[in-house]
Design a protein around this ligand. Structure first.
Ligand code: NAP
Length: 238
């Protein structure tokens, strides 16, 4: 039997309660990783944990119910994970929200702030609190999930989401540059149209059966998380 590619790696996945994050968590568990699942919904995380046990030879996940708009809770994460695990091998900053699609002039300020908080600022805070743990890994791997098509096109009505994602790309590439002399590699995945709740929110009339399913994306996330992945600062498409 082939060696599991993420055997005993410790991986934190944000937005793991459904969609792309759930599929990545299950793929990592199948490849032998211990997965730490983060989202707001503890009961949904519990259901993912059931599937993780089946996928990962009975190994249970660690569940973190946390709202990524809560900066203080993110800041406390690094010290807590340090106490429990002593290091982090893989961070997947996947959680994201679409927000309401609306003209710039109609966006309520709390709405703008929440999209930027969850999609962008939370990922900067995760880097800040988890960098010491990633540096304790022999091959720290950081993967953020972007949406390059939307981010690059400056499409009408999508501003909070687009701005958050283009800024996330700059954030990730900056971290890649700042860690170039270390064992850490930082990259982004641009999944493109995938059948999830967020996609259904953006395109309610679409038949999701015609889209790529989250399970079909996971191979690239496994490769980017592997110790033998060498590139950094790139946007990769499955
Ligand atoms: P999804 O099914 O809606 O999942 C979003 C995840 O983010 C859920 O697990 C949700 O968990 C979590 N989340 C949302 N707000 C949160 C908060 N405040 N705190 C903690 N967790 C939060 O969407 P998805 O399509 O899988 O999206 C995953 C990523 O892929 C996003 O970054 C998205 O921008 C990107 N993407 C998706 C597509 C696509 O076509 N689907 C295309 C390009 C990029 P809870 O609700 O349980 O908190």
């Amino acid at each position: 039997m082939a060696e599991k590619r993420l055997k005993d790696r410790i991986a934190l996945i944000t937005g793991a309660s459904r969609g792309i994050g759930r599929a990545v968590a299950l793929a990592y568990a199948r490849e032998g990783a211990h997965v730490i699942l983060l989202s707001r919904d503890l009961s949904a995380l519990g259901r993912v944990d059931d599937a993780v046990r089946k996928a990962g030879d009975g190994k249970e996940a660690t569940l973190i119910p946390l709202d990524l708009a809560d900066g203080g809770a993110i800041d406390a994460l690094g010290p807590k994970l340090y106490e429990r695990f002593g290091r982090l091998d893989i961070l997947v900053g996947n959680a994201g929200i679409l927000g309401r699609l609306s003209p710039l002039t109609h966006i309520p300020s709390e709405h703008w702030e929440r999209v930027l908080a969850v999609n962008l600022t939370a990922n900067w805070r995760l880097i800040r609190t988890l960098d010491p743990l990633l540096r304790r890994s022999d091959a720290g791997r950081v993967i953020f999930v972007t949406s390059s098509g939307v981010a690059d096109s400056a499409r009408a009505y999508w501003a909070p989401y687009s701005v958050s994602k283009i800024a996330l790309e700059t954030l990730a590439k900056t971290y890649a540059d700042e860690t170039r002399d270390s064992a850490i590699k930082v990259n982004l995945v641009n999944p493109r149209a995938t059948a999830t709740c967020m996609r259904a929110e953006a395109y309610p009339g679409e038949d999701q059966a015609t889209l790529r399913q989250p399970d079909e994306l996971t191979e690239i996330f496994v490769k980017l998380a592997s110790p033998d992945w060498t590139a950094t600062g790139e946007i990769v498409e499955p």
